[in-house]
Design a protein around this ligand. Sequence first.
Ligand SMILES: Nc1ncnc2c1ncn2[C@@H]1O[C@H](COP(=O)(O)OP(=O)(O)OP(=O)(O)O)[C@@H](O)[C@H]1O
Length: 281
Amino acid sequence: MEPLLSIKDLVKVYGKSTRALNGISIDFYPGEFIVVIGPSGAGKSTFIRCINRLIDSTEGNLVFDGDNLEKASGSKLRKERSKIGMIFQHYNLIGRTNVIKNVLHGRLHDTPLYKSIFGFFKHEDKKEAVELLEKVGLKDQIYKRADELSGGQMQRVGICRALLQRPKLLLADEPIASLDPISANIVMEQLHNISKEKKLTCIVNLHQVDYAKKYASRIVGIKKGRVVFDGKPAELSDKIIRSIYEGKESQMTLQNDAAQTGISTGVKEGPALQLTGGQKA
Ligand SMILES: Nc1ncnc2c1ncn2[C@@H]1O[C@H](COP(=O)(O)OP(=O)(O)OP(=O)(O)O)[C@@H](O)[C@H]1O
């Protein structure tokens, strides 16, 4: 199978010497649900943002859907970007605008400016927006202002907006980091189910190893800007997890120090990660 996204020797240097990405080469295939894990500062956000060119890489080659992404600019870049949906930690919704309009913003790239200004979207776009909102349990909230929603609801709107773009690739940068465990579970469950149903490739950055193990079809571990693990959830042993988070083991009480270590076992439903040895009691 041809990869949907092929990344070669990706390097990102901030300023003079911060090598956030240190030569990443990896292929992603259609339909994969990839979770990227790694300690704070490992380069996860930089990696995901280089993929849709929110950040320009310093070196490397990105081939997405058969096109050279890192060389694209202007309308070509906009066209490529329209095939990549993005979900953000802080949702990036327009608070004063209602839910359905926020979702319809996913079609802005395909709507003439004058129509979008007056809120004229195609009937089929509106229909699809409503269907998506129904799917994530928000049909009753369609005309509510986005800033009247809970965090979990806002993120589900963010998912619908990204999906209305009809992307080939969905990127999510810490989509549940600002949510309580119950909302986080709902968001991950829906993101996972919808991408499975639509056979959509997803790359999701997560701090929580247990969610990664629960939902990913493939886990990629990043440490100091390099890929140090790439495999199936079952292959991600406790030993490997410790090596990815090496240097932070002293904080690996997990339950208590989740925020500092970047590792959380706070999922109430689903398998809790059991780490043995090297942990504080
Ligand atoms: N805009 C920037 N300018 C300078 N350095 C940056 C910038 N963004 C990130 N960095 C640095 O690049 C490295 C990787 O950061 P990045 O945010 O990609 O890591 P991360 O794994 O996503 O971390 P976290 O999980 O804490 O969000 C870090 O050393 C960070 O300080």
